[in-house]
Design a protein around this ligand. Structure first.
Ligand code: SF4
Length: 313
Protein backbone atom coordinates (compact mmCIF):
# COMPACT_ATOMS: atom_id res chain seq x y z
CA UNK A 1 0.00 0.00 0.00
CA UNK A 2 1.45 3.34 -1.06
CA UNK A 3 2.04 5.77 1.82
CA UNK A 4 3.68 8.60 -0.16
CA UNK A 5 1.78 10.79 -2.62
CA UNK A 6 2.56 13.91 -4.61
CA UNK A 7 4.46 16.12 -4.69
CA UNK A 8 1.67 18.63 -5.06
CA UNK A 9 2.16 22.33 -5.34
CA UNK A 10 0.35 24.24 -2.63
CA UNK A 11 0.14 28.02 -2.75
CA UNK A 12 0.15 28.13 1.02
CA UNK A 13 2.84 25.59 1.89
CA UNK A 14 4.93 25.28 -1.28
CA UNK A 15 5.84 21.92 -2.87
CA UNK A 16 4.44 19.28 -0.57
CA UNK A 17 5.14 15.56 -0.41
CA UNK A 18 2.23 13.79 1.29
CA UNK A 19 2.52 10.92 3.76
CA UNK A 20 -0.67 8.89 4.22
CA UNK A 21 -0.62 7.28 7.66
CA UNK A 22 -3.71 5.19 6.94
CA UNK A 23 -3.28 4.06 3.35
CA UNK A 24 -5.55 1.00 3.45
CA UNK A 25 -8.79 2.47 4.79
CA UNK A 26 -10.44 5.46 6.48
CA UNK A 27 -9.56 5.54 10.17
CA UNK A 28 -10.83 8.70 11.82
CA UNK A 29 -12.39 9.69 15.13
CA UNK A 30 -14.69 12.07 13.22
CA UNK A 31 -17.14 11.39 10.40
CA UNK A 32 -17.47 14.93 9.07
CA UNK A 33 -20.42 15.73 6.84
CA UNK A 34 -18.08 17.40 4.34
CA UNK A 35 -15.37 14.69 4.35
CA UNK A 36 -14.05 13.88 0.90
CA UNK A 37 -13.75 10.22 1.99
CA UNK A 38 -16.75 7.90 2.18
CA UNK A 39 -18.76 7.92 5.42
CA UNK A 40 -17.35 5.60 8.11
CA UNK A 41 -18.01 4.94 11.78
CA UNK A 42 -15.57 7.01 13.86
CA UNK A 43 -12.81 5.00 15.54
CA UNK A 44 -10.48 6.12 18.33
CA UNK A 45 -7.63 3.74 17.48
CA UNK A 46 -6.03 2.57 14.25
CA UNK A 47 -6.63 -1.12 13.56
CA UNK A 48 -4.49 -1.20 10.45
CA UNK A 49 -1.09 0.26 11.30
CA UNK A 50 1.64 0.79 8.75
CA UNK A 51 5.24 0.20 9.93
CA UNK A 52 7.50 3.24 10.48
CA UNK A 53 10.19 1.58 8.35
CA UNK A 54 7.76 1.20 5.42
CA UNK A 55 6.95 4.93 5.52
CA UNK A 56 10.57 6.04 5.89
CA UNK A 57 11.86 3.71 3.15
CA UNK A 58 9.24 5.02 0.73
CA UNK A 59 9.86 8.61 1.76
CA UNK A 60 13.58 8.27 1.06
CA UNK A 61 12.78 7.28 -2.53
CA UNK A 62 10.69 10.42 -3.14
CA UNK A 63 12.41 13.07 -1.07
CA UNK A 64 14.56 15.58 -2.94
CA UNK A 65 15.70 19.19 -2.68
CA UNK A 66 12.61 20.47 -4.53
CA UNK A 67 10.32 19.47 -1.66
CA UNK A 68 9.46 22.33 0.73
CA UNK A 69 7.34 20.35 3.14
CA UNK A 70 6.59 16.75 4.14
CA UNK A 71 2.89 16.71 5.00
CA UNK A 72 1.67 14.08 7.46
CA UNK A 73 -1.92 13.28 6.71
CA UNK A 74 -4.11 10.19 6.40
CA UNK A 75 -7.25 8.62 5.10
CA UNK A 76 -8.60 9.82 8.39
CA UNK A 77 -6.89 11.44 11.37
CA UNK A 78 -3.06 11.18 11.25
CA UNK A 79 -2.60 11.62 15.02
CA UNK A 80 -4.32 8.26 15.57
CA UNK A 81 -1.15 6.71 14.12
CA UNK A 82 0.39 5.05 17.19
CA UNK A 83 4.05 5.51 16.13
CA UNK A 84 3.83 9.19 15.28
CA UNK A 85 6.61 10.32 17.62
CA UNK A 86 9.02 7.67 16.38
CA UNK A 87 8.15 8.45 12.75
CA UNK A 88 8.76 12.20 13.16
CA UNK A 89 12.14 11.50 14.75
CA UNK A 90 13.09 9.23 11.84
CA UNK A 91 11.94 11.85 9.31
CA UNK A 92 14.00 14.49 11.12
CA UNK A 93 17.12 12.41 10.42
CA UNK A 94 16.63 12.56 6.64
CA UNK A 95 14.68 15.74 5.91
CA UNK A 96 17.56 18.29 5.90
CA UNK A 97 15.96 21.72 5.20
CA UNK A 98 12.53 20.35 4.33
CA UNK A 99 9.84 21.23 6.85
CA UNK A 100 7.44 18.79 8.46
CA UNK A 101 3.73 19.61 8.65
CA UNK A 102 0.71 17.78 10.06
CA UNK A 103 -2.93 18.36 9.18
CA UNK A 104 -5.04 17.34 12.15
CA UNK A 105 -8.64 17.70 13.32
CA UNK A 106 -7.24 18.86 16.74
CA UNK A 107 -9.20 16.32 18.78
CA UNK A 108 -6.22 14.33 20.09
CA UNK A 109 -4.47 17.43 21.47
CA UNK A 110 -6.28 16.46 24.68
CA UNK A 111 -3.92 13.46 24.86
CA UNK A 112 -0.66 14.68 26.43
CA UNK A 113 1.45 12.27 24.33
CA UNK A 114 0.04 13.64 21.08
CA UNK A 115 0.27 17.21 22.43
CA UNK A 116 3.99 16.80 23.11
CA UNK A 117 4.61 14.91 19.85
CA UNK A 118 3.11 17.66 17.70
CA UNK A 119 5.61 20.11 19.20
CA UNK A 120 8.35 18.23 17.30
CA UNK A 121 6.92 19.34 13.94
CA UNK A 122 7.95 22.49 12.05
CA UNK A 123 4.38 23.33 11.12
CA UNK A 124 1.03 22.29 12.61
CA UNK A 125 -2.34 22.95 11.07
CA UNK A 126 -5.27 22.50 13.44
CA UNK A 127 -8.86 22.32 12.25
CA UNK A 128 -11.62 23.95 14.25
CA UNK A 129 -15.01 23.98 12.53
CA UNK A 130 -17.18 24.96 15.48
CA UNK A 131 -16.98 25.78 19.16
CA UNK A 132 -20.58 25.12 20.26
CA UNK A 133 -21.04 21.47 21.22
CA UNK A 134 -24.24 21.05 19.18
CA UNK A 135 -22.79 22.60 16.00
CA UNK A 136 -19.53 20.68 16.42
CA UNK A 137 -21.41 17.37 16.79
CA UNK A 138 -23.61 18.10 13.80
CA UNK A 139 -20.83 19.00 11.41
CA UNK A 140 -17.89 16.82 12.56
CA UNK A 141 -19.87 13.83 13.96
CA UNK A 142 -17.09 12.84 16.41
CA UNK A 143 -16.60 9.59 18.34
CA UNK A 144 -18.60 9.42 21.58
CA UNK A 145 -16.06 10.74 24.08
CA UNK A 146 -14.72 13.65 22.04
CA UNK A 147 -15.49 16.90 23.86
CA UNK A 148 -15.14 20.25 22.10
CA UNK A 149 -14.60 22.26 25.31
CA UNK A 150 -11.63 20.05 26.19
CA UNK A 151 -10.27 20.39 22.64
CA UNK A 152 -10.48 24.19 22.80
CA UNK A 153 -8.64 24.27 26.14
CA UNK A 154 -5.89 22.02 24.73
CA UNK A 155 -5.72 24.09 21.56
CA UNK A 156 -5.25 27.27 23.56
CA UNK A 157 -2.52 25.69 25.66
CA UNK A 158 -0.83 24.32 22.54
CA UNK A 159 -0.82 27.80 20.97
CA UNK A 160 0.96 29.11 24.07
CA UNK A 161 3.61 26.39 24.17
CA UNK A 162 4.29 25.66 20.49
CA UNK A 163 7.14 27.78 19.19
CA UNK A 164 7.05 27.00 15.47
CA UNK A 165 4.49 27.72 12.72
CA UNK A 166 0.88 27.28 13.75
CA UNK A 167 -2.06 27.45 11.32
CA UNK A 168 -5.78 27.11 11.96
CA UNK A 169 -8.35 25.95 9.43
CA UNK A 170 -12.11 26.45 9.58
CA UNK A 171 -14.33 24.80 7.01
CA UNK A 172 -17.75 26.39 6.60
CA UNK A 173 -20.81 24.40 5.54
CA UNK A 174 -23.97 26.17 4.44
CA UNK A 175 -26.58 26.34 7.20
CA UNK A 176 -24.39 24.70 9.85
CA UNK A 177 -21.47 26.72 11.20
CA UNK A 178 -21.99 29.88 9.14
CA UNK A 179 -24.39 31.61 11.55
CA UNK A 180 -23.45 34.95 13.09
CA UNK A 181 -23.73 33.38 16.54
CA UNK A 182 -21.21 30.61 15.78
CA UNK A 183 -18.83 32.98 14.01
CA UNK A 184 -18.90 35.30 17.05
CA UNK A 185 -17.96 32.35 19.28
CA UNK A 186 -15.23 31.22 16.87
CA UNK A 187 -13.91 34.77 16.81
CA UNK A 188 -13.75 34.91 20.63
CA UNK A 189 -11.92 31.59 20.73
CA UNK A 190 -9.43 32.60 18.04
CA UNK A 191 -8.66 35.86 19.84
CA UNK A 192 -7.55 33.84 22.86
CA UNK A 193 -4.97 31.86 20.84
CA UNK A 194 -1.31 32.85 20.61
CA UNK A 195 1.19 32.96 17.76
CA UNK A 196 -1.19 31.82 15.02
CA UNK A 197 0.49 32.46 11.70
CA UNK A 198 -2.60 32.18 9.52
CA UNK A 199 -6.27 31.22 9.82
CA UNK A 200 -7.55 29.64 6.62
CA UNK A 201 -11.29 29.80 6.15
CA UNK A 202 -12.77 27.70 3.42
CA UNK A 203 -15.73 25.68 2.30
CA UNK A 204 -16.38 22.35 0.60
CA UNK A 205 -14.01 21.93 -2.36
CA UNK A 206 -14.59 18.28 -3.20
CA UNK A 207 -17.64 15.97 -3.33
CA UNK A 208 -18.72 15.56 0.32
CA UNK A 209 -19.56 12.33 2.17
CA UNK A 210 -23.08 13.58 2.94
CA UNK A 211 -25.43 15.91 1.06
CA UNK A 212 -24.20 19.28 2.35
CA UNK A 213 -23.57 22.50 0.47
CA UNK A 214 -20.60 24.80 0.03
CA UNK A 215 -20.80 28.57 0.53
CA UNK A 216 -20.33 31.01 -2.30
CA UNK A 217 -17.20 33.11 -2.40
CA UNK A 218 -18.95 36.35 -1.38
CA UNK A 219 -20.42 34.53 1.64
CA UNK A 220 -16.92 33.46 2.69
CA UNK A 221 -15.77 37.02 2.18
CA UNK A 222 -18.64 38.33 4.34
CA UNK A 223 -17.66 35.82 7.04
CA UNK A 224 -14.01 36.95 6.83
CA UNK A 225 -15.18 40.47 7.57
CA UNK A 226 -17.02 39.36 10.71
CA UNK A 227 -13.76 38.25 12.35
CA UNK A 228 -11.68 40.72 14.29
CA UNK A 229 -9.37 42.70 11.98
CA UNK A 230 -6.34 41.65 14.06
CA UNK A 231 -6.82 37.98 13.15
CA UNK A 232 -4.76 36.72 10.15
CA UNK A 233 -7.79 35.42 8.24
CA UNK A 234 -7.18 34.10 4.76
CA UNK A 235 -9.90 32.81 2.43
CA UNK A 236 -8.61 29.46 1.26
CA UNK A 237 -11.33 27.81 -0.85
CA UNK A 238 -11.35 28.79 -4.46
CA UNK A 239 -11.52 25.70 -6.59
CA UNK A 240 -15.26 25.21 -6.55
CA UNK A 241 -16.56 28.39 -4.97
CA UNK A 242 -18.84 30.13 -7.41
CA UNK A 243 -17.42 33.51 -8.45
CA UNK A 244 -19.84 36.17 -7.28
CA UNK A 245 -18.53 39.22 -9.05
CA UNK A 246 -20.19 42.54 -8.53
CA UNK A 247 -19.53 46.18 -9.24
CA UNK A 248 -17.51 48.24 -6.73
CA UNK A 249 -16.81 51.96 -6.75
CA UNK A 250 -13.30 53.26 -6.08
CA UNK A 251 -14.29 54.08 -2.50
CA UNK A 252 -15.85 50.65 -1.95
CA UNK A 253 -12.70 48.95 -3.25
CA UNK A 254 -10.51 50.91 -0.84
CA UNK A 255 -12.91 50.25 2.06
CA UNK A 256 -13.13 46.55 1.27
CA UNK A 257 -9.35 46.18 1.18
CA UNK A 258 -9.04 48.30 4.31
CA UNK A 259 -11.27 45.92 6.25
CA UNK A 260 -9.66 42.76 4.93
CA UNK A 261 -6.70 42.68 2.49
CA UNK A 262 -7.40 40.42 -0.51
CA UNK A 263 -5.32 38.27 -2.84
CA UNK A 264 -5.34 38.46 -6.65
CA UNK A 265 -7.65 35.42 -6.81
CA UNK A 266 -10.05 36.97 -4.29
CA UNK A 267 -10.23 40.11 -6.40
CA UNK A 268 -10.93 38.15 -9.59
CA UNK A 269 -13.74 36.27 -7.86
CA UNK A 270 -15.25 39.31 -6.20
CA UNK A 271 -14.86 42.29 -8.57
CA UNK A 272 -16.51 42.54 -11.99
CA UNK A 273 -14.50 43.66 -15.06
CA UNK A 274 -14.99 47.41 -14.57
CA UNK A 275 -14.18 47.15 -10.83
CA UNK A 276 -11.01 45.24 -11.71
CA UNK A 277 -10.06 48.10 -14.04
CA UNK A 278 -10.58 50.62 -11.22
CA UNK A 279 -8.52 48.35 -8.96
CA UNK A 280 -5.68 48.29 -11.53
CA UNK A 281 -5.69 52.11 -11.75
CA UNK A 282 -5.54 52.40 -7.95
CA UNK A 283 -2.63 49.97 -7.98
CA UNK A 284 -0.81 51.90 -10.71
CA UNK A 285 -1.27 55.30 -9.03
CA UNK A 286 -0.06 53.91 -5.71
CA UNK A 287 -3.31 54.09 -3.72
CA UNK A 288 -3.18 50.33 -3.38
CA UNK A 289 -0.06 48.44 -2.41
CA UNK A 290 0.96 44.83 -1.81
CA UNK A 291 2.15 43.04 1.26
CA UNK A 292 3.50 39.50 1.40
CA UNK A 293 2.39 37.44 4.38
CA UNK A 294 4.20 34.12 4.49
CA UNK A 295 3.99 32.95 0.84
CA UNK A 296 0.85 34.91 -0.07
CA UNK A 297 0.61 38.37 -1.61
CA UNK A 298 -2.20 40.60 -0.39
CA UNK A 299 -3.49 43.92 -1.74
CA UNK A 300 -4.37 46.72 0.69
CA UNK A 301 -4.75 50.51 0.66
CA UNK A 302 -1.36 52.28 0.82
CA UNK A 303 -2.60 54.76 3.42
CA UNK A 304 -3.68 51.99 5.72
CA UNK A 305 -0.39 50.19 5.10
CA UNK A 306 1.65 53.31 5.91
CA UNK A 307 -0.45 53.96 9.01
CA UNK A 308 0.05 50.39 10.26
CA UNK A 309 3.75 50.51 9.41
CA UNK A 310 4.15 53.78 11.29
CA UNK A 311 2.36 52.24 14.28
CA UNK A 312 4.65 49.20 14.26
CA UNK A 313 7.88 51.02 13.70
S1 SF4 B 1 -11.49 14.79 10.29
FE1 SF4 B 1 -10.87 14.78 8.15
S2 SF4 B 1 -10.69 12.62 7.58
FE2 SF4 B 1 -11.83 12.72 9.50
S3 SF4 B 1 -13.96 12.68 8.85
FE3 SF4 B 1 -13.35 14.83 9.10
S4 SF4 B 1 -12.69 15.47 7.09
FE4 SF4 B 1 -12.75 13.24 7.07
Amino acid sequence: MQTIFGPVSSRRFGTSLGVDLSPALKQCNFDCLYCELAPAQPVTKQKEVVAVKTVVDELKKHLNDEIDVITLTANGEPTLYPHLRELIKEIDKIKKNTKTLILTNSSTLTDSRVFETLKLLDQVKLSLDAVSANVFKKIDRPAKDVNIDEIIKALQRFSEEYTKELFIEILFVKGLNDTKEEITKLNETLLRLHNVKRIDIGTIDRPPAYPVEALEFNQLHAIAELFDASLPIHIASRKSTKPTQRSYTQEEILNTLDKRPLTKEDIELLFDVSSQEIFQKLLQNGQITTKKVDKIEFFLPSKNFLRKRAKNS
